[in-house]
Write a protein that binds this ligand. Structure first.
Ligand SMILES: NC(=O)c1ccc[n+]([C@@H]2O[C@H](COP(=O)([O-])OP(=O)(O)OC[C@H]3O[C@@H](n4cnc5c(N)ncnc54)[C@H](OP(=O)(O)O)[C@@H]3O)[C@@H](O)[C@H]2O)c1
Length: 347
């Protein structure tokens, strides 16, 4: 008996199993195509950052703030190197004056000098605060004094990491002391949260405004030595989504995004031009892809296509395979980094 030609009726019509298979095939094809189109759609998006490039609405003719300050300003945290420095550069390129946050006055001063030479018609300011501290003296006052009278419309929380030089030592959570735990929490989530609290009334006043967080692909994959870091990046993703919903609820025109880089060739990631490739952009390339996605409808995503593909492949693997792979890579990394340093060499 040929089962494929067996007829059955459904909704008053006659079908064979072949009809059923063809129907299932069409549905699978259509949903896969839709998923691929949805995944790729974001990479065709063009930046809407110009929405936030608007003069102060409240400026009047006699207002002492008229001048540089009625032009839009962007604030970038952790702007003295890597991605943050490139964000500052590309904000200036897009017509914004820029406040650069950092902790090292001499280092940041040189950066500002360089940017001022490159973009002579833009204005630049420094905001000096050590984000690792549990209590930052005069935190709110320092921030508010810095932005006083400025038309701040863009805030990009880029700061992240251990705040320590690269390649010294990698540690599991078991090895952290209390100070290290606080420092990771402060740099990776507490500082950005408190800064958002202090800046929010200004963004509301100056809306439409943009509030951006630089998260990480490590929010998606559990990698040893990144316990608090990964947790903090997941926090930033959720924080951004809830703020976005709350702003919609309150009727504020403030766009919130949390964008997730995979590895980007910066000094801190220990990568450089020679490592550049499909899954490892240079900071300027990644930041351009980040600005391109401003105005895109989703709150959390990877703007760099190569990182999206990488995450998709990892996500498609069974979790026990991913886990084994990551643990084995991590063992190698620990041996390389800690082994190179006699003080931290594993036995
Ligand atoms: N690069 C990557 O592969 C990668 C991957 C995923 C996510 N990310 C995320 O992207 C962001 C930027 O990464 P990056 O590679 O560009 O890092 P980076 O080059 O190390 O830059 C970090 C910035 O934060 C500042 N900073 C660190 N600790 C600070 C503190 N206690 N107080 C004030 N400033 C402090 C640094 O200042 P100093 O110059 O004084 O140290 C620097 O300006 C981070 O949020 C990171 O988590 C990066």
């Amino acid at each position: 008996m040929n089962y494929l030609s067996t007829e059955f009726s459904l909704f008053g019509r006659t079908f064979t199993p072949l009809h059923l298979l063809a129907g299932l095939g069409t549905i699978t094809f259509a949903t896969t195509t839709l998923t691929v189109i949805r995944a790729l759609h974001i990479y065709l998006h063009r930046s809407k950052i110009s929405r936030y490039h608007h003069p102060l609405k409240t400026v009047t003719k006699n207002d002492s703030r008229v001048g540089a300050s009625d032009q839009p300003w962007g604030l970038v945290t952790g702007a003295s190197s890597g991605i943050g420095l490139e964000i500052a550069n590309q904000l200036a390129e897009r017509g914004f004056n820029v406040i650069l946050h950092g902790r090292n006055e001499a280092k940041l001063g040189k950066i500002v000098e360089g940017l001022q030479k490159k973009w002579p018609v833009r204005a630049f300011k420094m905001l000096l605060l050590d984000a690792a501290l549990n209590e930052i003296p005069n935190f709110a006052k320092t921030v508010l004094d810095c932005i006083n009278g400025l038309n701040l419309t863009v805030v990009i929380h880029n700061i992240g990491g251990s705040g320590e030089p690269v390649g010294i030592k990698v540690e599991t959570f078991e090895e952290y002391d209390a100070t290290k735990v606080d420092s990771w929490i402060n740099v990776n989530l507490r500082f950005s949260t408190q800064l958002t609290r202090v800046l929010l009334p200004t963004l509301i006043k100056n809306q439409p405004a943009l509030l951006m967080f630089i998260s990480s692909g490590s929010a998606l994959i559990a990698v040893p030595f990144m316990s608090i870091y990964s947790g903090a990046k997941i926090y930033l993703n959720s924080f951004a989504q809830v703020l976005r919903a709350e702003f919609k609820l309150a009727g504020h025109d403030i766009e919130v995004q949390s964008q997730m880089p995979g590895t980007v060739a910066t000094e801190t990631s220990g990568r450089s031009e020679k490592d550049r490739g499909f899954t490892m952009p240079m900071a300027d390339e990644w930041v351009r892809s980040m600005f391109d996605k401003v105005g895109y409808g989703s709150p959390v995503f990877s703007p760099w296509f190569g990182h999206r593909v990488q995450a998709g492949i990892f996500g498609a693997l069974p979790s026990f395979v991913t886990e084994r792979l990551i643990v084995s890579i991590s063992k190698k990394v620990r041996k390389e980094i800690n082994g190179a340093n006699p003080a931290t060499r594993d036995t």
